[in-house]
Design a protein around this ligand. Structure first.
Ligand code: UN1
Length: 480
């Protein structure tokens, strides 16, 4: 069977690249989902030029015109949730339920930002000087480059592209190389929903070939990136001294604290969903379990018995709890970290490769880890949780705050004083009480502290900060 060849989209038209790369199903790597025609420098420059040309026209549209496009696109995404969810599960490997949920979230995000486009974002202020009036208005930035990771192939692109468009920017979108098909569908839906040519351009290509043009082209006003700390740092360094606005969402090392006062069932579920949901491949994953002495053993036993019935397998098969790791190199990384954990003295439970075709890994716990263990400090990005035993609540808070990638932190407790204290004491950008550290709403700010994030927060009410620039205008009205 010949596969569909997906190409970049520049100024509304297909833009073929110079080489082809298969898009493989991680549950069965002999299944070619599609073939991507990979663009290079020429594609990247053409895409930025197209977005720059389209900018004045799009910036001049009314909020209603922009809202209508986003709303229409959101309706199509929601109407096609089963089909797009199946595609996403097939190319990325999260389960059908998780993949469909992500598609629905993308549709909701598009509709949310349709509403945001229509909201007032300015202010009228009286001057401290008599007879002077001030307005503070929001204006689009220009061309925004959107670079997204493979672990949320449609939701992360939606939460960056939708606000960019809602506020009147034009976009060059470079998705991760592992997930071109979901990205292509989103762009196709938005373009057919009525975007003028050039307002949203898709660049399929390797970061090493297209990245520098997508971030460094003089017409690029802003770059929003979600991915590794390493790549994020490289983008910042490359743009040092430039006026390009940069928003980075990087790694996370997220503690889930479980105290003696926790409801055991809730804690087990929070850890299992937060640590192993989406195969643990989320920057918000609960990757460090911090358990106080009195509950530690019962909690570990509860998690192990819950995982005993856990089914790892083809992402699209019925009754599956966890799909595969995204590819062979990520699987090797997961195994490398488990070997390091064992070498540093942890008792590794699970973590065996399963099956022989797909990239399947059994969920793993590294018992007896400390906050200083490599596995508790570095982002693994797999179904791997380190378990740190602490004496009491105070030690648990200190352990939770030891992270340098403070994206999300959770606590399971039924004690109001502990819950209230933890919300204040946590150094993370997001705090979850009796909830997994992963799984966020789209209408509120998203982001972390430390090495985790750079620049204004993403999503919800925060998006206006990054995707617009403000203008303060003074007017001396004079006498009538
Ligand atoms: C979520 O947990 O709901 O790349 C979203 C990531 C994050 C998104 C997590 N930026 O995993």
């Amino acid at each position: 069977m010949t596969s569909r060849v997906l190409a970049s989209v520049v100024a509304g038209a297909r833009y073929a690249g110079s080489a082809e790369q298969p898009d493989l199903n991680p549950s069965d790597p002999t299944d070619v989902v599609a073939v991507a025609s990979m663009g290079d420098l020429d594609t990247a420059v053409a895409a930025v030029d197209a977005a720059a040309t389209a900018f004045p026209g799009w910036a001049a549209t009314t909020p209603w015109q922009r809202a209508e496009v986003l709303d229409r696109a959101g309706s199509e995404v929601l109407a096609r949730a089963d089909e797009l969810g199946d595609l996403l599960a097939r190319e990325e490997g999260k389960t059908l339920a998780e993949a469909r949920g992500e598609v629905v979230r993308a549709g909701q995000i598009l509709k949310y930002f349709a509403g945001v486009a229509l909201q007032p974002h300015g202010q009228a202020v009286d001057s401290v000087r008599a007879g002077v009036e001030i307005t503070v208005t929001r204006e689009p930035l220009g061309v925004v480059t959107v670079i997204t990771p493979w672990n949320f192939p449609i939701a992360i692109p939606a939460w960056k592209i939708a606000p960019a468009l809602a506020f009147g920017n034009t976009v060059v979108f470079k998705p991760a190389e592992l997930v071109p098909a979901s990205a292509w569908e989103l762009v196709d839906i938005l373009n057919r929903a009525g975007l003028p040519p050039g307002v949203l351009n898709l660049v399929l290509g390797r970061g090493s070939q297209v990245g520098s043009a997508l971030t460094g082209h003089p017409s690029v006003a802003a770059v929003t990136f979600t991915g590794s700390v390493e790549t994020g740092r490289r983008i910042l360094e490359a743009l040092a001294g430039r006026s390009t606005k940069v928003q980075l969402e990087l790694g996370g090392k997220n503690p889930l604290v479980v105290t003696d006062k926790a409801d055991l069932g809730v804690a087990v579920e929070c850890l299992v969903q937060g640590g192993f949901g989406s195969t643990g491949q989320r920057c918000t994953a609960s990757s460090v379990l911090v358990a106080t002495d009195g509950i530690h053993d019962a909690l570990v036993a509860g998690i192990r018995s819950r995982l005993a019935g856990w089914r790892v397998g083809d992402a699209r098969a019925n009754g599956i709890d966890m799909g595969p790791v995204v590819d062979a190199s990520q699987l090797e990384q997961d195994e490398r970290y488990l070997a390091i954990a064992a070498a540093e003295g942890a008792d590794v439970i699970g973590g065996r490769r399963l099956g022989d075709a797909g990239h399947f890994l059994e969920p793993a716990l590294a018992l007896g880890a400390t906050v200083d263990s490599t596995i508790s400090r570095e982002e693994v990005f797999g179904p791997v949780v380190s378990v740190v035993r602490v004496a009491d609540y105070e030690e648990a808070v200190a352990a939770a705050n030891a992270s340098t990638m403070n994206l999300s932190a959770g606590i399971c407790t039924t004690n109001l004083a502990e819950a209230a204290h933890f919300r204040r004491a946590s150094k993370a950008g997001m705090v979850m009480v009796n909830l997994p550290t992963a799984g966020v709403d789209f209408h509120v700010p998203f982001g972390g502290r430390g090495e985790s994030s750079h620049g204004p927060r993403e999503q919800g009410t925060a998006a206006v900060e990054f995707f617009t620039t403000s203008k303060t205008s003074y007017l001396a009205a004079g006498r009538p």
